[in-house]
Structures are given as C-alpha cells and as structure tokens.
Design a protein around this ligand. Structure first.
Ligand code: AHG
Ligand code: MN
Ligand code: MN
Length: 339
C-alpha cells in the first residue's frame, strides 16, 4: 500500500533537478485537507454548522466551514514557504505572503476551500479544489495578480478532495491522474485509484435543470438529445445532480457522464469561477482523457483577466462534451444569445 506522501516523494525523484519545494507544497495542502476533513466529519455534532455572518466577494454568505477551511489552507501554505500568493474564493484580493515567505516562494495557488457549501448542513458530499502555477514574476519579491492570471495550460498541478462516503484526494501534475483514499484510523491517504481514466461515453448528465427557461438554445437542444429514445446510444440518459461540483465531476470521472453549468440570461458567464473551480477540474479531466469546454473552446485556453471571473462549463466524457459543443456551435453564438 503506497501512501500519498510516498507517492509524491517517488514522483519527485523522476524529475532531475527537482528541489523538493513542489513536493513540500503538495504535502502542505494534504495536511490542511486532513484538518478540514476532521472538522467536516464532526460537522453534525460540533458548532461548525451554519453561517459565519459575513459575505464573500461574490456576495455569497460564508458558512463557518468556508472560513475555517480557508484559514487552514492559507496557514498551511504560508508556513510551508513554497507558496508566494493565494487566490481564494473567500478573499476579494490576492493573499500575498510577505517576508520572509515570499523570498523562496516559487509557486502560487488558486483554491475553492469548500465547494458545495450549501450541502454542508444536509450531510451531502462537499469538496476542496486547488490549482498550482509557477509564478512568472521574480522570486524574492512579492507575487502579483499576474502570477495567477495564467491560462490553465500553464498549470503545474491541480487537485480536488472529495469529502464523501470516504475522503478521496485526486490530483495531477500533468502526467496522468491518481486518486488516494483517506484511512482515518491511521491518518494517511493511500493510493486507491492509480492512473484514473474517464470513459469516452457515459449515460448521465448533470445540470441544474430548474434554470431551463434561461438556458442558451444550444443547451436546450443538447438536453432534448439526452432525453431522446435511442437504444444503441443508451438514451435517454439519467440525470444526477448533487450540487457540489467536485462530487458531480468525480462521479463522471468514475462512471462517465457530462456536467454542465451554462451561461444563462441572468448570468451570461454562468456561476462557476474559472481559476479555482473550472480550470483545475478541466486539467484533471483532460489528464484523465476527458474534455472541458466553455461550449466553444477548451477551458484551459481561456486567458484570465480577473481572479474571480466566471465561465460557462461543459465537462466530462469526451464524446458527450463534443456533442454538447456541436449543439452550442449550431444553435448558440458565443454569448450572443444573451444580448
Ligand atoms: P461553492 O459552494 O464553492 O460556492 O460552489 C457551489 C457551486 C458548485 O459546487 C455547484 O456545482 C454549483 O455551485 C451549484 O449551483 P446551483 O445551486 O446553481 O445549481
Ligand atoms: Mn465551489
Ligand atoms: Mn466554495
């Protein structure tokens, strides 16, 4: 049985010239994930449920757990010293680590500390999402927003933690995807899903269909396609929607399927954030053989201009995403539907 720490250390050896800094950064993320996991597991008992009494930059009410997780991930990365700055869903501005931390910090991180916050109190899986970039500004000086505003293709690592019926950490460094399951009795993650691959085809689709009337025409047509009767292609498909991106994408990762959060008339760019939700999930899914698109082009090709910007998301099994893109290209023009 290989532990996550052993696995990360073994990988480091494969890179000549590796300094161990990246290994340390990943280990720090793991430690914070364990602390957050402990808190989540007692969420029904302890005073961790409920609102924190504040709102974040997106105007959403912060849950106590959002703030708890945010604080722990920031602390872990700050003390590690490898991370020069963090963009978090819970902080309007970039968190820039000052001296002495920025002296050697080579990396910057974007994160959604708790994904699926509305599910905390109802005992439904939630997650954590993170992405890691090498900074482009000079080391030794404070990082800037430019370090985070890099297209997803530049990412050096991305991962998610799913706090589900078990706690699983899935990550990639651009060389395949591996999944680790947490054994709480020994406090370690063990390699449980080596070299994860997503089926090219699936038969589930996940979308918040209550917004149907506001969807672009291409999405409506794709949904009609999913619901049509056609034995050879296993249609009609099934709907599954957890409401936690990590859980919905992880299910598709295991079984195949597509998750869609489109733009709509009220929010042309949809709801999900590029830097710490869509791009890391896109990197992982592409590495597992799947596809992630904004309906027209790969998520990883988007050039970010704001750390909190949003994007429509179509992600999952390759053929299903390609099919959805076909409908988008035929029936919807980029954002033009909403003008
Ligand atoms: P967060 O809890 O980090 O704000 O993210 C919630 C997101 C995502 O996890 C999920 O897929 C989506 O919101 C669900 O949105 P709807 O409730 O609009 O369907
Ligand atoms: Mn989220
Ligand atoms: Mn969140």
């Amino acid at each position: 049985m290989k532990t996550l720490v052993e696995f990360i250390n073994d990988k480091q050896v494969e890179y000549p010239g590796a300094t161990g800094e990246f290994t340390r950064l990943l280990n720090d993320i793991t430690i914070a994930a364990k602390i957050v996991n402990r808190e989540i597991r007692i969420a029904g008992l302890a005073d961790i449920n409920g609102l924190h009494g504040t709102t974040n930059i997106q105007g959403e009410e912060q849950k106590k757990l959002d703030v708890f997780a945010n604080t722990h991930f920031i602390e872990a990365l700050k003390h590690g010293g490898q991370c020069a700055a963090i963009a978090s869903e819970e902080n309007e501005d970039l968190i820039i680590f000052g001296n002495p931390y920025s002296q050697k910090g080579k990396y910057v991180v974007a994160m959604d500390p708790v994904d699926g916050s509305s599910n905390i109190e109802v005992n439904i899986p939630i997650g954590t999402i993170f992405s890691v970039f090498k900074r482009i500004t000079k080391e030794g000086r404070p990082a800037t927003v430019d370090d985070l505003l890099q297209p997803g293709r530049e990412m050096v690592a991305a991962g998610y933690v799913l706090y589900g019926s078990s706690t699983t950490m899935v990550y990639t460094t651009g060389n395949g995807v591996n999944g680790f399951t947490y054994d709480p009795s020994v406090g370690l993650f063990f390699l449980s899903h080596p070299d994860m691959k997503l089926p090219d085809e699936g038969n589930t689709y996940s979308i918040n269909e209550a917004n149907y009337n506001y969807f672009p025409e291409g999405v409506k047509r794709f949904l009609n396609y999913c619901q049509e009767d056609d034995k050879p292609t296993h249609r009609p498909y099934s709907t599954r929607y957890v409401g936690s991106l990590v859980a919905d994408v992880h299910r598709n990762m295991m079984r195949g399927g597509i998750f869609i959060y489109p733009g709509n008339q009220k929010n042309p760019m949809g709801k999900l954030r590029l830097l710490y939700e869509c791009a890391p999930m896109a990197f992982i899914i592409e590495q597992a053989g799947g596809k992630a698109s904004d309906g027209f082009k790969p998520i990883l090709d988007i050039e970010p201009y704001d750390i909190h910007q949003r994007t429509p998301l179509f992600i999952g099994s390759r053929h299903m995403v390609e099919k959805a893109e076909e409908f988008m290209k035929e029936y919807s023009r980029e954002l033009a539907d909403f003008r």
